[in-house]
Design a protein around this ligand. Sequence first.
Ligand code: SF4
Length: 372
Amino acid sequence: MIYLHIPFCKSKCVYCGFYSIANLHGKELYLDALGKEIALRRDYLDCKPITTIYFGGGTPSLLSVSELENILRLLGDRFDLGQVVEMTLEANPEQLTAEYCRGLRALGFNRLSIGVQSFQDPVLRFMGRRHTAEEAMKAVDNAAAAFDNLSLDLIYGVSERDNAHWRQDLRTALSLPIRHLSCYALTPEENSILYKQIERRSHAPVDDDLAAQQYQILLDTLPHSALQQYEISNFAVPGFESKHNSSYWNHTPYLGLGPSAHSFDGHSRQWNPANLKQYCDNMAQGTPCEERETLTDDDLYNETLLLGLRTRAGVDLNAVASRFGGTRREELELHFRTHVAPEHYHIEKDRLCLTATGLWFADGIAQSAFLV
Ligand code: SF4
């Protein structure tokens, strides 16, 4: 699987901690450097066929159809793309004209992930989004005319939107022709505008109780739709789960291209600098990925818990035993029996799974079982 990071946005949203710059200066240099990185790292995945490609960011939909076509051509020159089953582009509503959507589809993209976040204009303004609710609806319409597999992103736990309006946002999203919904709790990332506003006390801290209430509303609402929860933040019509993201949770090796992108080869992780100039310089010198971390067996075990427990499918206990030893499996089961509330988990068919309410505490439960 291949991830490409497109590090450009029109402006920064208040909560965002992803690496991106709020203009398109340097786009040509970036595209040139990306081409170099594709060539430099063609052997990273041991020449295995690629099954998923994901363009994330930043705002990948700021690239034109011909720029995307060129990137795909460069990928096709270096990788075996004959078995790609899912090719996703993250898009913001303001770029999704009917013509652009048709162009993406013609290139082979078969999944669009649209950053809507809310259908309430005051909430969108607070978040610093550049679209209105009406534009989001129009964008989904345009996308649906070209794509069968649409995903929307929404954000909850925003104090500018009460529970009634959150319910309304969910109802609106579920009335649209989508196959997948990602809902994330508002999290002011450390380098975000909102984080600084909270530090300066010009915005109230995030209200964890509100986020918990709105997560519960989400869990109460979704069963009335065709979408089923398959991960703490992700819901899909069965068969339309994100194959790309599911592979991260299964520890499948992946190649990440572009500034700030991470790669994983099964044993170690490498990442590019979160700095466009440094990234371009590195590629010009033929030295991608300055940073590297080798994962010990204990690290991989901890990650297996952290990632697996966030999914409804849970952790495969037989896989734990064969990868990390039978004793590790026994200790894990014992830890859950003695330290985790029985209503938060269940073991069924050799899988350790969190319940719907347990999922809300997934990170804490996983960390309580970590090897340190
Ligand atoms: S949330 Fe998306 S569009 Fe907004 S600044 Fe971050 S990457 Fe850009």
